[in-house]
Design a protein around this ligand. Sequence first.
Ligand SMILES: [Fe+2]
Length: 324
Amino acid sequence: MNQVVTKTTREAEIVSLDDLYREAERLDVTPGWVSRDRPIFWKEPRTDFVPMHWDYKQVKDTLASAGALIDVALAERRNLILRNSFPNNNFATVKTLVCAYQMLLPGEVAPSHRHSAHAMRVILDAKGSYSIVDGEKTPMESGDIVLTPGGHWHGHGHEGAEPAYWLDGLDIPSVHLMEPMFFEEHPDKYEKITSVAASSRFRFSRDSILTRLDSAKGDPAGAHGPRVTLEAPDMPTMGLTVEKLGTGSQTRRHRSTANRIFVVMEGAGQTRVGEETFVWRRGDTVVVPTWTDFHHQTTSDSLLFCLSDEPLMRALKYYRSEYL
Ligand SMILES: [Fe+2]
């Protein structure tokens, strides 16, 4: 016996592609086979983000001028954000991370707050400044790397004689992408100090980093010099490393899917990123966007800090690298 298939009214009405696309629009579905302005797949990583370099001295001079114009008690933070310069971007430094140079004047205290985003700081020029994390006061001085995992109250203060400068790195662009943003100002504005600690799991002092570098190993294939990883298990979006390169070193050209932001803690040299060559000195920042080849050359003994999203890429099984 022949089975009779009865078409529904809608199905009977869809007899042309135009009918089909009209019905798809009504149902909020989109055909996977149509061509799009932004395709669904592409062959290898590509990005709007461009290789960049910031000259610390120039930004520092600008921040010094901001000291007289911006009251940190009102501004929350006196910082200048390193926006990647592609059109219509006014925030992110690389796709997943943002950096800013920040300054605090002697005697100032920046109000406490907490947020979902994880944060770290590379302390560039500071003596007598400190961080308050969950009530604990910890020194924050030149050469230190300081962490503030998401959700912890944090504020900063400065008891030194000269302005304090550092570079902040946060994963705010990742939070924007995934949308779990929470932000709260501290109910007391300035969190009370309940304890004072010279060492903290949130602080890697300059001395401790240098001691660890003495026995650190470089990449056998030459992609990086002797390097230590600063463990930040509560901040899984960020990779933090410090690499030591002697005078006249050259690293091997390579690339990876990770986005990298180098901060020159000490020394001088240059970094080739894609088609650009950036000459750098202490305090400068160099950006290597995803899948862009790079290598360093030094003209003096150098310490390079690197903030990257490599742990995030690895956790998601998106990490890939190659030597060139
Ligand atoms: Fe913050």
